[in-house]
Structures are given as structure tokens and as C-alpha cells.
Design a protein around this ligand. Structure first.
Ligand code: AMP
Length: 193
């Protein structure tokens, strides 16, 4: 089972992806986590990603498409995967369609977590404070970067929604509900086929 979780930064994609991992034994492919690991390793791509993430901008489509295409080829993806943070632009969505077709893989569910901007600001500033208190602040989670990330989301990522809606594969859940209620909505979609 191959799933895309869509939604703005802080919508809860990572939390819900992790739950689907535990429930269905499929892997979570978080491009943000991959880029943060690359940044920590200090590789060339990592250094570039660090600067891009701190600015709240997006990495180039060709870099991200190659990363995700290579990752999907790894054996642990054979049972299925959840894309969390990819695609993030219409060209990434188009490239994903063609690379899945080339690999003979289906796209089973495209699920949007719908959350309003005001709720996200409250949620992300809260998360940043918690993570900072725990000693592992995400450098891209400060309020200033969040505004930039939301603007980039509306400009570059939100157009993915009509892209999938036109293909009649998009399903939306109310991401404002609490974690368990969102999880129940996602389960109903996934198990309903
Ligand atoms: P995330 O953890 O998904 O919010 O991603 C953190 C940051 O990594 C984003 O703000 C972008 O700078 C970068 N990033 C993650 N995924 C992508 C992607 N698919 N395309 C471009 N940039 C990305």
C-alpha cells in the first residue's frame, strides 16, 4: 500500500505517518527527515539543504525527485510506503506519477490533512518550544521561518491539491481534530479502499 500524506507544515503528517507505519508495517519516507540527516552528516547536499531549510525555502525538484526515486527502490519499500513531505510542488507530483508508472507501482491513497494557518502557528511554536526544552530544537521551526514556510506552502505546494483532485484520488480529513480522531478518519479511508 502506497500513500501520500499532504498538508501544510505542522499539520501532523509525521505523527500520522508514524502511526500508519506501526499499523500496516509500511515505511515512512519523510524527505524533511532525509534532508536533516544529510545536513547532520555535512555532505554537499546536506550543506545545501541546511541553508535552504533555515530559509524556509524548498530544495530543487530534480534533487528531491532523485532522492525519492532511489529511496523507493530500496528493499524495505517493497511492502509499501507513506510519502511525508513529498511531493511538494506540481513538477514533483508529475515526476512521481511517471516514476511510479515506470516502477510498476500503484498510488493507493492521497490524503490531505486540512488545517488552517492560525492553528498551525500555534501548533508549531508550541512544538518548537517543547523540542527546544528537550534540547533538540529544529532550526526551521522558529516563528519567522514558519511564516515563510506557510507562504511557500500556499504558493508552491497547495497547487498539488487540485492536481490530485482532478485525478479524483484526493481525500481530505479534518486535521484540526485531535490525533486519535484524525487517525480514525485516515483508517476509515485506507480500509475503505
Ligand atoms: P519537513 O520536515 O517536511 O517540513 O521539511 C523540512 C524542510 O525540508 C522543508 O521546509 C524544505 O526546505 C525541505 N524539504 C522537505 N521535503 C522537500 C521536498 N519534497 N521538496 C523540496 N524541499 C523539501
Amino acid at each position: 500500500m502506497n500513500i501520500i500524506l499532504l498538508g501544510p507544515p505542522g499539520a501532523g503528517k509525521g505523527t500520522q505517518a508514524q502511526r500508519l507505519v506501526d499499523k500496516f508495517g509500511i515505511v515512512q519516507l519523510s524527505t524533511g527527515d532525509m534532508l536533516r540527516a544529510a545536513a547532520a552528516s555535512g555532505s554537499d547536499i546536506g550543506q545545501r539543504a541546511k541553508a535552504v531549510m533555515e530559509a524556509g525555502q524548498l530544495m530543487p525538484d530534480d534533487v528531491m525527485i532523485k532522492i525519492i526515486s532511489d529511496r523507493i527502490d530500496e528493499p524495505d519499500c517493497a511492502k509499501g510506503f507513506i510519502l511525508d513531505g513529498f511531493p511538494r510542488t506540481v513538477p514533483q507530483a508529475e515526476a512521481l506519477d511517471s516514476l511510479l508508472a515506470d516502477k510498476g507501482l500503484p498510488l493507493d491513497h492521497v490524503i490531505e490533512l486540512a488545517v488552517e494557518d492560525d492553528a498551525l502557528v500555534a501548533r508549531i511554536t508550541g512544538r518548537a518550544a517543547e523540542e527546544a526544552a528537550a534540547g533538540n530544537a529544529r532550526a526551521d521551526d522558529n516563528a519567522e521561518t514558519l511564516k515563510k514556510r506557510l507562504a511557500v506552502y500556499h504558493e508552491q505546494t497547495a497547487p498539488i491539491l487540485p492536481y490530485y483532485r482532478d485525478k479524483a484520488v484526493l481525500k481530505s480529513v479534518d486535521g484540526m481534530a485531535d490525533i486519535e480522531a484524525v487517525a480514525a478518519q485516515i483508517d476509515a479511508l485506507v480500509q475503505g479502499g
